[in-house]
Design a protein around this ligand. Structure first.
Ligand code: ATP
Length: 342
């Protein structure tokens, strides 16, 4: 395993500034997630770390060594893409052995390594099958095994689960994390899915427009967003943001509660007009607006279904933003500011 670091890394494709002077450093063995909307530069950053894309400026370091200019195969990295790119005419065994053959290992060594990787990923029984006879989850494991046999120091994963259905995806997520912990290899994982990022990442780099807006643990980016972009990109539903005088204040839907069930330490009272209630099984979403501030802004409250609602649709009710859960942002820059009086 190895530390991956980028310093001032930049990539311009003509007028498109895909990545703009990024700095980022992983820990050894960390599961680091690059999260951001489509087009924010995640894949470009990953490809520069892999050596598949030449940076316009800046440095890539793997294990403390600058690797700019070195070809991908000597960087000790393994990449797994969204399309697993397995060879359809080859068996699973041959697919996994392929990079070893390219490296010139003899057949006995190849067999040993393939069996070792197949054992780690629990796919030994699939070695004689062709990829078309595998499920999506199994194909993903084969792709991981093929990446693993080269004994990389770093795994680079670009949305490897995005073509699995929701249920399989949750299971594959668990498998992948468990596997990464077991082999203890630093992993950099690209996704635009914030639920996936929150669930998997030791730390998340939240990106937008070629820049990192915040780098922190899931708890940090959720509870203490550095700006309005992070506040609204992370969390589903997102943080409520209301404009007041020359600033914005925000709170998470689960921290906006009817007065009767708010914690005893209190908080900021707001009169809430509930226009619609949505039942989602384990929880309910309330949609409406508050009186007195930013009345046109939609405000969402989220309550567990186990709580009896003291309010119905088209009614007004006293709600409270739980104490210590209000966040403040500059109206111009969107950056976090210190608390302001309402
Ligand atoms: P997605 O989640 O959609 O894959 P991403 O965050 O991975 O998006 P990138 O693929 O890194 O984003 O692209 C960042 C920007 O750079 C986009 O505007 C994209 O159109 C542009 N871009 C990427 N590769 C090239 C290229 N080879 N030539 C020109 N522009 C490119």
């Amino acid at each position: 395993m190895a530390v991956v670091e980028v310093r001032g890394i930049t990539k311009h494709f003509g007028a498109v500034h895909a990545v703009n002077g990024l700095n980022l450093r992983s820990e050894e063995g960390e599961f680091l997630v690059l999260l951001g909307p489509s087009g924010c530069g995640k894949t470009t950053l990953l490809r520069m770390i892999a050596g598949l894309e030449e940076p316009t400026a800046g440095e890539v370091l793997i294990g403390g060594d600058v690797v700019n200019g070195l070809p991908p195969r000597v960087r000790k990295i393994a990449m797994v893409f969204q399309s697993y790119a397995l060879y359809p005419h080859m068996t699973v065994f041959k697919n996994i052995a392929f990079p070893l053959k390219a490296e010139g290992l003899d057949p006995e060594e190849r067999r040993e390594k393939v069996e070792w990787a197949a054992r780690l990923l629990d796919i030994e029984r699939l070695l004689d099958r062709k990829p078309r006879n595998l499920s999506g989850g199994e194909r993903q494991r084969v792709a991981l095994a093929r990446a693993l046999v080269r004994e990389p120091s770093v795994f680079l994963l670009d949305e490897p689960l995005s073509n699995l259905d929701a249920k399989l995806r949750a299971a594959a997520r668990d498998d992948l994390l468990e596997f990464q912990r077991r082999v203890d290899i630093t992993a950099i994982y690209v996704t635009h899915d914030q639920v996936e990022a929150m669930g998997m990442g030791d730390r998340i780099a939240v990106m937008n427009k070629g820049e990192i807006r915040q780098f922190g643990t899931p708890g940090e980016v959720y509870d203490d967003p550095a700006d309005t972009f992070v506040a609204t990109f992370i969390g589903s539903p997102p943080m409520n943001l209301l404009e007041h005088q020359d600033f914005l204040f925000g709170f998470r839907p689960e921290h906006f509660l009817p007065r009767e069930i708010a914690p005893p330490e209190g908080g900021t009272p707001l009169t809430y007009h509930v226009s619609r209630i949505e039942f989602l099984g384990s929880e309910r979403y309330l949609y409406g607006h508050v009186y007195g501030v930013s009345e046109k802004t939609k405000v969402i409250a989220m309550l567990p279904s186990t709580v009896t609602l003291p309010v119905a649709q088209e009614e007004d009710h006293e709600f409270v933003v739980v104490k210590g859960k209000m966040r403040f942002f500059d109206k111009e820059t969107g950056l976090r500011t210190s608390p302001r009086p309402l």
